[in-house]
Design a protein around this ligand. Structure first.
Ligand code: PLP
Length: 452
C-alpha cells in the first residue's frame, strides 16, 4: 500500500493503493508480488495488454531519434505515418486526424471544431449541443458539460456550458414491453427531433453520443436503426454528428470503429484509449473532409492547440499498437474471443439472481446488478455494491471496472469488462470465475448489512 504520507494527490484520499511495479501480457504485479488479471485494461485502455515487445521497441527507437518537436514549428514522420494509417482505415469521407493526449482532450477539440466549423461556413448562430443522459465524455469542463452523468456534473454545474440532454439508448430499462427494439429506437429519434425543433434546428451545432455507451452506463449497445435515424435527422437539419468512441472504438467491439456496425459515418469521431493501448497518452479526432475544407477555405487555421499535440513518442506507440492489431489479425480475434466471453458470462450469470442484464459486443461487456430480477430493482446505493465488487475482485486477483449510478447517475450498479485483445480462452474463464466469486461475496455483504 502507498504510505499514508504520500505526496501524490490521489483520486481517493482516504485509503491506500497497491503499488504497481510491472506488467506482462494480461497481468499486472504489485510491490507485494501479487499478480492481477487485468480484465478491464484499466478503463478499457490496454488492448494489447502490458509490456508488448513490439510497442516497447518502437517507443525506444522513437526516443532515440526524436522525442518531441512542437507542432507549431514542425510535423514529424511518425505523426504523418500514424495519420495515414488512421485515415486509410477510417469511415468514409474522413480525411484528417487531429492528435491530442487523451479522450477528454479529443472531445474538447471536437466540440470546438464543431463550433468553429459553423463560424467558418457563415452559420455563427448555431450554438447548442445536444447529448444524452447517462453518457460519459470526459472530465474537462466542455466534455463534462456534454456528459450526462448527473453525479459527475452536479457540483460543477455553475461552470458548465448549457447542453441539452436527451434519453440514452438503454434497452434493458427503457424499452417498453409493447415495442420492438426498432420501434424503441425510433421513439428515441423522435425525442431528438422534438428537442431539435424546440431549440430551433438552425441553432443546433451537433449531437454528441458514444456509439456504445461505456463507463457510466455499463456498455449500452444501440438498438438496430437508432443511429441511422439519428444520422438522417442530423443531415436533414445540417447538424454535425460527433461520435465519441474513446472507449468503444479502435477494435474494442470487434470492428475498428464501433459505428461500422451501425452503418453510419459521423462528421467527427473521437478516439483515444485503445489507440495507444496505454503505452502513451494519445487521442485523436478524425474529421470529415468537408469540415477540414471549411477551415482551409475560411480562416485557414483551427483556433485550438496544446503543447503536447502529436507527441512523437505517443504517435510511435499508437502506430506500433495499430500495426500489431493489423498484423496479428486481432480484430477477428476480438470477435471470436468476444463470442467466447459472452458464452462464459451467460453460463455464469445468465440465471444469477442478482444479474439483471448482460450486454456488450466484442471484448466490451457490461453486467448490470439488481436486487431483484423481475422488478429490476437496484441495490440501495448505500451499499456501494460496485465498490465492494471492485475491492473483492482485486483481493481475488482480477481487475474489473465497476461503477455505480448506472440507472440515473445515483442508483444502480454495473461491472464493465474490457479484457486485452490478446486474452486467451483460459484467461477469460479465470476472469469470469474470479468475478463471479467477487459478486457473490459483495452481495452477501450487502445482505448481511440489511439483516444486521
Ligand atoms: N469519452 C469516453 C467515451 C470515455 O469513456 C472517456 C473516458 O473514460 C473519455 C471520453 C475521457 O477520456 P480521458 O479519461 O482519456 O480523458
Amino acid at each position: 500500500m502507498n504510505a499514508p504520507s504520500t505526496r501524490v494527490f490521489h483520486r481517493q484520499l482516504r485509503h491506500g493503493l497497491p503499488v504497481a511495479v510491472s506488467g506482462k501480457g494480461i497481468t499486472l504485479t504489485d510491490a507485494q508480488g501479487k499478480v492481477y488479471l487485468d480484465a478491464s485494461g484499466g478503463a478499457a485502455v490496454s488492448c494489447l495488454g502490458h509490456g508488448h515487445p513490439d510497442v516497447v521497441a518502437a517507443m525506444h527507437a522513437q526516443i532515440d531519434r526524436l522525442a518531441y518537436a512542437h507542432t507549431s514549428f514542425f510535423t514529424t514522420e511518425v505523426a504523418e505515418e500514424l495519420a495515414d494509417v488512421l485515415i486509410e482505415s477510417a469511415p468514409a469521407g474522413m480525411t484528417h486526424a487531429y492528435f491530442v493526449s487523451g479522450g477528454s482532450e479529443a472531445v474538447e477539440a471536437a466540440l470546438k471544431m464543431a463550433r468553429q466549423y459553423f463560424v467558418e461556413i457563415g452559420q455563427p448562430q448555431r450554438r447548442h449541443f445536444i447529448a444524452r443522459r447517462q453518457s460519459y465524455h470526459g472530465n474537462t469542463l466542455g466534455a463534462l458539460a456534454v456528459g450526462g452523468n448527473a453525479w459527475r456534473r452536479e457540483q460543477f454545474k455553475p461552470l458548465l456550458i448549457d447542453v441539452t440532454h436527451v434519453s440514452p439508448c438503454y434497452e434493458y430499462r427503457d424499452r417498453r414491453a409493447d415495442e420492438t427494439p426498432e420501434q424503441y429506437g425510433q421513439r428515441l429519434v423522435a425525442e431528438l427531433e422534438e428537442t431539435i425543433a424546440r431549440l430551433g434546428a438552425d441553432s443546433v451545432m451537433a449531437f454528441v453520443a458514444e456509439t456504445v455507451g461505456g463507463a457510466t452506463a455499463g456498455v449500452l449497445t444501440p438498438v438496430p436503426g437508432y443511429f441511422k435515424g439519428v444520422r438522417e435527422l442530423c443531415d436533414r437539419h445540417g447538424i454535425l454528428l460527433i461520435l465519441d468512441e474513446v472507449m468503444c472504438g479502435m477494435g474494442r467491439t470487434g470492428t475498428l470503429h464501433a459505428c461500422e456496425q451501425e452503418g453510419v459515418v459521423p462528421d467527427l469521431l473521437t478516439i483515444a484509449k485503445g489507440l495507444g493501448g496505454g503505452y502513451q497518452p494519445i487521442g485523436a479526432v478524425l474529421a470529415q473532409g468537408r469540415v477540414v475544407e471549411a477551415f482551409r477555405k475560411g480562416s485557414g487555421l483551427f483556433q485550438h492547440g496544446h503543447t503536447y499535440l502529436g507527441h512523437a513518442v505517443a504517435c510511435a506507440a499508437a502506430l506500433a499498437v495499430q500495426r500489431v492489431i493489423q498484423r496479428d489479425g486481432l480484430l477477428q480475434q476480438v470477435r471470436e474471443r468476444g463470442d467466447h466471453l459472452q458464452r462464459l458470462l451467460t453460463q455464469a450469470f445468465g440465471s444469477h439472481p442478482h444479474v439483471g442484464d448482460i450486454r456488450g459486443r466484442g471484448l466490451f461487456w457490461g453486467i448490470e446488478l439488481v436486487r431483484e430480477r423481475t422488478s429490476k430493482q437496484w441495490f440501495d446505493p448505500v451499499h456501494k455494491l460496485h465498490a465492494s465488487i471492485k475491492s473483492k475482485a482485486m483481493a481475488g486477483g482480477v481487475l474489473v471496472y465497476p461503477m455505480g449510478g448506472t440507472v440515473d447517475g445515483r442508483c444502480g450498479d454495473h461491472v464493465l469488462l474490457a479484457p486485452p485483445f490478446i486474452s486467451t480462452e483460459a484467461e477469460l474463464a479465470q476472469i469470469v470465475e474470479r468475478l463471479a466469486s467477487a459478486i457473490d461475496l459483495a452481495v452477501a455483504q450487502a445482505d448481511e448489512a440489511l439483516t444486521a
